[in-house]
Design a protein around this ligand. Structure first.
Ligand code: DON
Length: 541
């Protein structure tokens, strides 16, 4: 089963599974295919995270997040008065970090795939060379980003057809991108980081006053990290460690909520408790989270059950909406992104979220190579304490430094059901190890962690089927700004009670695009759920 936010990419993944590929083969195929069919967020000029859980129980987290170039500096986006210069970290070459996607997908394929890079890239090369029918959503998106894309010659030519905009149903071919992908398939990631593509990136950067040079590209490495692991009501939560804030935030919130009676979804009582957990976790995110290779992040304390006890006591004693500050853990130590999930016949699972950051990234296409570059530098705190494009306040832990990775909210997650304990608490005989239950993630900038939390709670605490869990209306509180964003589906009754309790509410169109797969505990059937907020598809065979 494959669930992704674009149908050709889902089909590419299913084809690879049918051809005998495992979940990692399919995931790499989907990643390259989205770079062709979903240029809004799919990419080879960006970065992300791939969480892998094999049927054997082995887990791995491939960190292919972008990196600040070697010539980046703490105040590079500030003017002489120390204020952020509008759009410097968002549009154009200076906004880009060193892309990690090619390194990350190639590393995953080499370590865990069966079919090899050339085979799993074949569907993407075909889609780029021979083209695919533009969907209504893509035609609309391209048009709506015409101002940013129109600033750069290659972007205007490829994505806007020099003003003769693509209409739904027309065939979109990308010959330059096809050549670039073929080069990678033939010569491996070195083609991108040291070979001809590296030279094209460096040339576009120089021409457009960017900082990424050949040395930065040659130095880039995807890293295999230990996933972050938490426990919630008999489930093991496997999620994203730093440089994502996702796993820490998710586990911190689940720990706070674990013993509380959450009642029903979309009810004042449950929403109030979940929102108060969200505010506390996002306040801690702002204070403590950053690239743990550069700063000390108190991961163990923030995700400890003891710390959750303290936060829960505070939360239950406080008036709803009382001010929240970052905690003091005991020292122990619809922009755009896209998520997809894969589970193969053997039970291997992949949860992958990757991004250009804003829709179409920085807007800059590498000349001759046909792919868009990211604007991930905006995920750093350009000025600690000032909000970024998602309104997220972040601290010195996430300030800019050469070769540092910006803090992310991407939260690719896998949920396992622990073996049922016998009455004496010991695992029941013959129960085996933890069983795969749910694979999920979402785009949505700062809202991602809360989307994953809410879908996960809908399945594990509210016992909804996975499609209902994905469909259910969402809400989002990120501590600052001090308000709750709610989707239209939240009932007016519940909204009124939240307002009466003192919260400020703002209705928004839609939050996230969760592409999830659940595995039924009795039958082992895989249930794919594609988010109705997006234009995706879940398919299997
Ligand atoms: O890594 C992050 O947290 C952001 N760059 C993600 C951006 C995103 O999800 C935009 N999508 N709506």
């Amino acid at each position: 089963m494959v669930a992704s936010s674009e149908s050709h990419a889902t089909d590419a993944g299913v084809d690879i599974l049918r051809a005998g590929g495992n979940a990692v083969d399919a995931a790499v195929a989907v990643g390259f295919a989205l770079a062709v069919t979903h240029p809004f967020a799919g990419n080879i000029g960006g970065g992300g995270f791939m969480l892998i859980r094999l049927a054997s129980g082995e887990t791995a987290f491939v960190d292919y997040r972008e990196e600040a170039p070697g010539r980046a500096s703490h105040n590079m986006y500030l003017d002489a008065q120390g204020n952020p210069i509008k759009d410097e970290s968002v549009v154009g070459a200076l906004a880009s970090g060193v892309p990690g996607t090619v390194a990350g997908l190639a590393l995953a394929e080499q370590r865990y795939g069966k079919l090899g890079l050339a085979r799993v890239m074949a569907p993407a090369i075909h889609l780029a060379a021979d083209g695919f029918a533009v969907s209504y959503a893509l035609a609309q998106d391209l048009h709506s980003e015409s101002i940013k894309l129109g600033k750069f010659d290659a972007s205007r030519h490829i994505f806007l057809r020099d003003g003769n905009y693509y209409q739904a149903g027309e065939i979109f071919k990308q010959p330059e991108l096809a050549r670039t992908l073929q080069e990678i398939a033939d010569h491996g990631p070195d083609a991108f980081y040291r070979g001809p593509i590296a030279h094209e990136i460096a040339a576009s950067m120089e021409k457009n006053h960017g900082l990424i040079d050949l040395g930065d590209l040659a130095a880039y490495q995807a890293k295999i990290r230990e996933p972050l692991v938490g426990h919630f009501r008999g489930y093991t939560i496997v999620s994203a460690p730093p440089p994502s804030s996702g796993g820490v935030g998710l586990v911190e919130m689940l720990n706070i909520l674990e013993p509380l009676d959450l009642g029903a979804p979309d009810a004042y009582a449950s929403m109030h408790l979940i929102i108060e957990a969200q505010r506390r976790a996002y306040a801690d995110r702002a204070q403590f989270l950053g690239d743990a290779d550069f700063v000390t992040v108190p991961v163990a304390s923030l995700t400890s059950k003891d710390y959750a006890v303290k936060l829960r006591e505070e939360l239950l004693a406080a008036k709803p909406d009382a001010p929240v500050r970052a905690g003091n853990p005991a020292p122990a130590e619809n922009g755009n992104t896209t998520h997809y999930s894969v589970v193969d016949a053997d039970g291997n699972a992949v949860s992958n979220t990757y991004t250009l950051n804003g829709g179409y990234g920085s807007g800059l296409t590498i000349e001759g190579a046909g792919f868009l570059m990211n604007d991930e530098m905006d995920d750093f705190a350009s000025k600690p304490g000032s909000p970024n494009m998602f309104g997220l306040i972040q601290g010195e832990a996430n300030s800019i430094a050469p070769r540092k990775r910006p803090l992310s909210s991407m939260t690719p997650t896998i949920v396992l059901e622990d073996p049922k304990a016998a009455s004496d608490g010991a695992p029941a005989a013959g129960s085996g190890g933890p069983q795969l239950r749910l694979v999920l993630g979402s785009p949505g900038g700062g809202t991602i962690i809360n989307t994953v939390l809410e879908v996960l709670l809908n399945v594990t605490a509210f016992h909804l089927k996975v499609q209902q869990a994905v469909d259910a209306p969402r809400f989002h509180d990120q501590w600052m700004p001090d308000k709750i964003f709610i989707e239209p589906g939240i009932s007016e009754d519940t909204a009124a009670r939240l307002r009466d309790a003192g919260y400020t509410l703002q209705r928004v169109g839609g939050i996230g695009d969760c592409e999830a797969i659940a595995v039924d505990s009795q039958t082992g059937w895989r249930f794919g759920a594609s988010d109705p907020r997006g234009d995706g598809k879940a398919a299997g065979y």
